[in-house]
Design a protein around this ligand. Structure first.
Ligand code: DPP
Ligand code: ZN
Length: 862
C-alpha cells in the first residue's frame, strides 16, 4: 500500500454522468454496470481512464460495445488503467461476479443474517465493480435488483422505487432511481427477508415523506424509539438550520453485522442494529440516547455530507466534524445541555487526547494516509466537532448558522473542502479566519497554562496566560492557535463577581480569546480575591493548567451554574485524591474530595442526571491517559481504593439514591436510574450483604437500565450474588445478540480472578460469535477498561490481543485495526511492559497483511 498525500490532489480527468447498475442475486451475484463517461474540460485528450476495483471476478470490460484489449490495460491489485484512445464521451460496460457470502470484510456487498447489504464508505464501492472510487466523482444512479422472491422479498436501493414486478423462476425485481447526484460511497443496496415498520412525516413545506425501518423479523416492536428520534431530527433540522428532507422516502435498515455505527447512504441508511433496536427490557437509557444521536447524525448528513460532499478523504471532517457538532446540539436541545456536554468532554479526553498524544496523532485535516479507514478517528470526528463549536463561539450562533447555510447554497450538488466551509463563514461574518485555520492543520492538544495574582492593597487582579502545543510525529514545531476560554469569577462564598470585558483579548465579560503564545490581563478595582472558573462549557479542546486550591474546587463544585464547570471541579478533586492514593495513604486531597462530595450530597438537586455525573468516578481508560509511565495494575488498585473511600464517606445518601430506582421510562426517571446505578456501584464496594442482595434482585428487573446497572455494580465483587445474577442474565438473554453483548462486556471487564484467561475463554464460549459488536464487547472492553488484566506484568494481555488482531487482519481488517489501537502505546508503559509490548509489535509487524493494521504498527514502532 502506498501513502497518499493531500498536496497531490488532482481533479478527475473523467466525469461519470450516469451509473446504471444491474444486480442479479443468485449464489453468486453478477453485477452489470454501464457508465456514461465524459472527459472533463481540463483533461488531456490522451488521459488514461483510472478505475479502482478489487476482490471480484471480472467477466467483461467494454467501451462503446467493444471489448477493451488486454494490451490497452494496465492493472494491479487495486486499480485498472485503460490507456487506449478514448472519445470525449463514451459508455463503459463492466460485468463482475461477487461472492458476498464469503466477504467477511463487511465492505462492498456482504451477507448479514437474512440479507445482503452494502457498505461503501470509504472505498467499498470498488469491491463491487470497477469505478473511479473517489468522492469528487458525482453521478446519477439507476439500480435494478433481481433476486429470488421467497428468500429476498425486500429489494432496496437509493432514491425512489420506480418499478417492481415478477421475473422468471419465482424471482422478482425492483428498479430504483436516485434523482440526486452522489459519489459512489453513498450507494447502497439491500436484498433480504426483513420486517418493516413504516410511518410518515410531513415536512415544513407540507411534503409527505414515507419513513420505513427494516429490521430482523420479530424485532418490529423495538423500532418506535428510533422512528420517533428520526422525526425529531427532521423537525429540528428544519427549525434550527432551515433544512428540509428532499426525497419522498427515507429508509433505515438494521444489520446484525456492521463495522461502524451507521452509514448515511442517500435515502437508505444502513445501521448497526444496536443503534436502531430498543425496548425498555433490552436497552439501557444510554442505549436510547445513543440511538437518538446516531439516527440524528445520519439524518443530518443528508445535507452536511450528501447534498454537499467531500472533495477528497482528507476533507472527511468537513462532513463528520460538522455533523457530529449538529447531532451534539440536537441532543443537548432534547435532553439538557449540561449532561450532554459532560459526556462529550469525557469521550473527547479519553479517546481523542490519547490519540493526539500517540503515534497515530494527525491533524483534523490530515496531510497523508496509507489506509483511509484508519482516519475515521476521534480526531476527525470529535475534535473536528470541537473546532466547529469554537467557530460558533467566535462568530455567534446566528452568524454561524448563516455561514453554514451559505456554504450549503454555494456548494449544493458538489464536492467541497474545509477551505470552502471556512470561506463561507468569512463571507457572511466579514471576519478573517486565517489563524483559526491552524486548528485544522496542526495535530496535538494545546496546553493553556494560567497563573493569577491578586494585590490586596492595589485591588488589582492579573491573569498571565500562555499556550503551547506538544510536538507530534513528523511535526515538531507548533504555532499558537486562537483559543476561546469562557470564564466566570466567584468570591469565596460562591457569589458571582462581574469583571469587565477588555477587548480584544477579552471581547466579552465571559470570554477570553487567547491568540498569541502569551497574554496578560489586569483587572482594576477588584475587592476580593476571585475564584476563577476557566473554560466553562469546555469552550476549547485544550488541557488547562491552573493551580486551583482544594477550597476553590469545592467552591466551584457547589456554586458554579455551568454544569460542565462543576463536573470539571470534581474531576480535579477526584484526580488529586487518586494520585494521593496511588502513592500512599489518604491525606488532604482525599479529605478535600470527600468533604466536597458530602456538601454536594446535602444540596438539593432537581437534575439527578447531573448529580450522577458529578459522582461518577473517572474511568480506567481516562485515568490511563493521566499516568505516565502507566502501570495498569497499580492504577486499578488506586481507583478501587478511591471508590471504597467515597462509599464509606457517603453511605447515608448513597443508600437513599441506590434504592430510588423507578422502572418507568419517563425522562425524569432516567436521572434517578443513573444515580441509583452509580450509588449501588459505590456501595457494592463495601460488600454489604444488603446491597449485594439488592443488586442481585435488581439484575432480574424488566428494565434494562436497572438490570445492567446492578450487574455493573456487582461486576468487580467476587461474591455469590454476582455469580447468581450473571448466570440468570445469561440464561435469560442467551438468544438476544444485543443483550448478550452486554453480558460478554461485563465478563471481559471484571476485576475478579484472572482476567486474561477469562477473556481468552470468552472467545471460545459456546455463545461467542465473531461479529463486530461481540468482538468489541469482549476485546475492546478488555484492553480499554480492564487495565489490571490487560497490563499484567507478564505481557499475557498484550499477547492475547495481538493474536486476535492477527486473526482478524485476514478476515476483517477494519475491526482488526480498531483493536490494534490497544497495542500502539508501548512507549508510555511502565517497565517491563514497554519492552514486552514492543516485542509483541515487532513480531506482529512481520505477520500482518492488511494496510490497515500495518500502517498503525509501523507508526507505533517508528
Ligand atoms: N457512517 C459513518 C458516519 O456517519 C461514516 N460516514 O459517521
Ligand atoms: Zn458521520
Amino acid at each position: 500500500a502506498v501513502e497518499v498525500f493531500r498536496k497531490d490532489y488532482r481533479a478527475p480527468d473523467y466525469a461519470v454522468e450516469n451509473v446504471d447498475l444491474d444486480f442479479d442475486v443468485r449464489d453468486r451475484t453478477t453485477v452489470v454496470s454501464v457508465l456514461r463517461i465524459r472527459r472533463n474540460g481540463q483533461a488531456r485528450a490522451d488521459a488514461p481512464l483510472h478505475l479502482d476495483g478489487r476482490g471480484f471476478e471480472l467477466l467483461e470490460l467494454a467501451i462503446d460495445g467493444l471489448a477493451v484489449a488486454e494490451a490497452n490495460v494496465e492493472r494491479d491489485d487495486e486499480r485498472l488503467l485503460i490507456k487506449q484512445a478514448l472519445p470525449q464521451a463514451f459508455s463503459l460496460r463492466v460485468v463482475t461476479r461477487l461472492d458476498p457470502d464469503s466477504n467477511h470484510s463487511l465492505e462492498g456487498l456482504y451477507r448479514s443474517g437474512p440479507m445482503l447489504c452494502t457498505q461503501c464508505e470509504a472505498r467499498g464501492f470498488s469491491r463491487i465493480t470497477y469505478f473511479p472510487d473517489r468522492p469528487d466523482v458525482l453521478s446519477r444512479f439507476k439500480v435494478r435488483i433481481e433476486a429470488d422472491a421467497q428468500r429476498y422479498p425486500v429489494l432496496l436501493s437509493n432514491g425512489n422505487r420506480v418499478e417492481a414486478g415478477e421475473a422468471a423462476d419465482g424471482r422478482h425485481y425492483a428498479i430504483w432511481e436516485d434523482p440526486f447526484l452522489k459519489p459512489c460511497y453513498l450507494f447502497a443496496l439491500v436484498a433480504g427477508d426483513l420486517g418493516c415498520v413504516s410511518d410518515t412525516y410531513t415536512t415544513a413545506s407540507g411534503r409527505e415523506v414515507a419513513l420505513q425501518f427494516y429490521v430482523d423479523k420479530g424485532n418490529e416492536g423495538r423500532v418506535p424509539h428510533a422512528l420517533e428520534s428520526l422525526k425529531k431530527a427532521m423537525r429540528w433540522d428544519e427549525q434550527v438550520y432551515g433544512l428540509e428532507y428532499d426525497l419522498d422516502i427515507y429508509m433505515v435498515v438494521a444489520a446484525r453485522e456492521f463495522n461502524m455505527g451507521a452509514m448515511e447512504n442517500k435515502g437508505l441508511n444502513l445501521f448497526n442494529a444496536r443503534f436502531v433496536l430498543a425496548s425498555p427490557d433490552t436497552a439501557t437509557d444510554a442505549d436510547y440516547e445513543g440511538i437518538e444521536s446516531v439516527i440524528a447524525h445520519e439524518y443530518f448528513h443528508n445535507w452536511t455530507g450528501n447534498r454537499v460532499t467531500c472533495r477528497d478523504w482528507f476533507q472527511l471532517s468537513l462532513k463528520e466534524g460538522l455533523t457530529v457538532f449538529r447531532d451534539q446540539n440536537f441532543s443537548a436541545d432534547l435532553n439538557g445541555a449540561d449532561v450532554q456536554r459532560i459526556g462529550e468532554v469525557r469521550q473527547l479526553r479519553t479517546l481523542q487526547f490519547a490519540e493526539d498524544a500517540g503515534p497515530m496523532a494527525h491533524p483534523v485535516r490530515p496531510d497523508s494516509y496509507v489506509e483511509i479507514n484508519n482516519f475515521y478517528t476521534a480526531t476527525v470526528y470529535e475534535k473536528g466537532a470541537e473546532i466547529v463549536r469554537m467557530l460558533q463561539t467566535l462568530l455567534g450562533r446566528e452568524t454561524f448558522i448563516k455561514g453554514v447555510q451559505h456554504y450549503l447554497r454555494e456548494h449544493d450538488g458538489s464536492a467541497a473542502t474545509i477551505e470552502d466551509f471556512l470561506a463561507a463563514h468569512e463571507a457572511v461574518s466579514g471576519r478573517n479566519l486565517e489563524g483559526f485555520r491552524r486548528w485544522y492543520s496542526q495535530a496535538g492538544t494545546p496546553t493553556v497554562g494560567i497563573d493569577d495574582e491578586y494585590h490586596l492593597l492595589a485591588h488589582t487582579y492579573t491573569l498571565h496566560l500562555e499556550q503551547s502545543t506538544p510536538a507530534t510525529p513528523g511535526a515538531p514545531d507548533k504555532k499558537p492557535v486562537p483559543i476561546p476560554i469562557r470564564v466566570a469569577f466567584f468570591d469565596g462564598e460562591g457569589q458571582r463577581i462581574h469583571l469587565p470585558a477588555q477587548p480584544p483579548l477579552m471581547p466579552a465579560p465571559d470570554l477570553i480569546l487567547l491568540e498569541d503564545a502569551q497574554a496578560t490581563i489586569t483587572f482594576e478595582d477588584v475587592k476580593v480575591r476571585p475564584t476563577p472558573s476557566f473554560l466553562q462549557g469546555f469552550s476549547a479542546p485544550v488541557r488547562l493548567q491552573f493551580g486551583y486550591s482544594s477550597d476553590q474546587l469545592v467552591n466551584l463544585l457547589l456554586h458554579e451554574s455551568d454544569g460542565f464547570a462543576r463536573w470539571e471541579a470534581v474531576q480535579r478533586l477526584m484526580l488529586n485524591a487518586f494520585f494521593e492514593l496511588l502513592s500512599g495513604p489518604a491525606g488532604d486531597d482525599t479529605q478535600a474530595l470527600l468533604k466536597g462530595l458530602q456538601l454536594l450530597a446535602a444540596q438539593h438537586f432537581d437534575d439527578k442526571a447531573l448529580l450522577a455525573e458529578l459522582l461518577r468516578m473517572p474511568s480506567e481508560s481516562y485515568l490511563a491517559g493521566q499516568l505516565q509511565p502507566l502501570d495498569g495494575e497499580k492504577l486499578a488498585a488506586a481507583r478501587d481504593a478511591l471508590r471504597l473511600r467515597i462509599a464509606h464517606a457517603l453511605t447515608g445518601p448513597l443508600s437513599v439514591w441506590a434504592t430510588a430506582a423507578p422502572e418507568d421510562q419517563g425522562a425524569i426517571n432516567v436521572g434517578r436510574r443513573a444515580l441509583a446505578g452509580i450509588a449501588s456501584g459505590y456501595l457494592a464496594a463495601t460488600r454489604s450483604t444488603r446491597i449485594l442482595d439488592l443488586c442481585r434482585d435488581r439484575a432480574g428487573s424488566d428494565n434494562m437500565t436497572l438490570s445492567y446497572g446492578a450487574l455493573v455494580a456487582l461486576n468487580d465483587i467476587d461474591c455469590p450474588q454476582r455469580e447468581d445474577a450473571m448466570a440468570a442474565f445469561l440464561s435469560r438473554w442467551r438468544h438476544d445478540a444485543l443483550v448478550l453483548d452486554k453480558w460478554f462486556a461485563l465478563q471481559a471487564g471484571s476485576a475478579i480472578g484472572n482476567g486474561v484467561e477469562r477473556t481468552a475463554e470468552l472467545l471460545g464460549h459456546p455463545d461467542y460469535v465473531a461479529s463486530p459488536n461481540r468482538i468489541r464487547s469482549v476485546l475492546g472492553t478488555f484492553w480499554r477498561e480492564n487495565l489490571r488484566a490487560y497490563h499484567r506484568a507478564d505481557g499475557s494481555g498484550y499477547r492475547l490481543l495481538a493474536e486476535q488482531v492477527l486473526k482478524l487482519d485476514k478476515s476483517n481488517p477494519q475491526i482488526a485495526s480498531r483493536l490494534a489501537d490497544g497495542l500502539l502505546g508501548w512507549r508510555g508503559l511502565a517497565a517491563p511492559r514497554d519492552e514486552l509490548l514492543r516485542a509483541v509489535l515487532q513480531r506482529l509487524v512481520q505477520q500482518v497483511a492488511s494496510p490497515d493494521v500495518s500502517e498503525k504498527i509501523h507508526k507505533a514502532l517508528a
